[in-house]
Design a protein around this ligand. Sequence first.
Ligand code: OAD
Length: 253
Amino acid sequence: MNTSIQKAAEAIRTPGGLLVFTGAGISVESGIPSFRGQGGLWEQYDPAFIEIENFYARSEYCWAQIKKIFYDHWGAASPNPAHYAIAAMQKHGWVDTIVTQNIDALHQRAGARDVVEFHGTLDRLVCTKCRFRATPTPELLSGAVPRCPDCGAMLKPDFVFFGEGIPEEASDRAFRSAMTASAILVVGTSGEVMPACQLPYVVKRHGGLVIEVNPDESAFTRGGITDIFLQGKAGEVLPKLLAAAENEAKDPA
Ligand code: OAD
């Protein structure tokens, strides 16, 4: 396994061929905890509050948890240098598609465009009955479970709860991009959640390169599909990778 930032910089500059794939680890330096591992969300909370059947059965309790964790705490977070580096790579024209498993919208706040949100987003509420979409305004977020302005049924955040399916359009776009990508830049994901974790394998099967940024090993490094492993925190490694690729662009070997 290669660890060369220079090699990774060369690979990510292949015009239009890069798929960026991110997970919770990219937002850790923004103050948002990851899900698994030490200090992860699931160490502190039982994930049942985002199980869809439980949400219907115990709406008031689940909503109170959702509001506290996702809107009051995560909502106050700002993008970090890793999110800005990815937005800059996209502006350079190196990125074909950005796929994130994250629901925190920090890629977009850093200036990234057209992000495929594989697990949906906190930035929208959706009606559990008529699928009306609403912006989570302070009024809708204050107090009890918000209600649909159209039909009066409960609203929920428009992200994928346990027991719900992946949005079809997001999944189609992500897997189509994986089939043609010359490289995938995998950042801050344990690689344990299906079906998103299949993306690097699809890239690899189609002849693309797997580049990974993570302070620890993941299912991809352990499984031997990572070609270039840049070990470290996303907020430190990605700005360096961006700088190396920009230098490469100015001064090709
Ligand atoms: P995990 O919590 O499973 O993994 C987070 C990864 O980030 C781990 O591999 C860490 O080593 C790594 N990490 C920690 N700090 C980092 C840093 N500063 N820079 C880079 N990496 C760092 O999160 P995901 O793989 O994203 O689903 O989890 C996938 C899905 O599981 C989530 O989207 C969520 C959850 O159930 C839904 O919400 C539907």
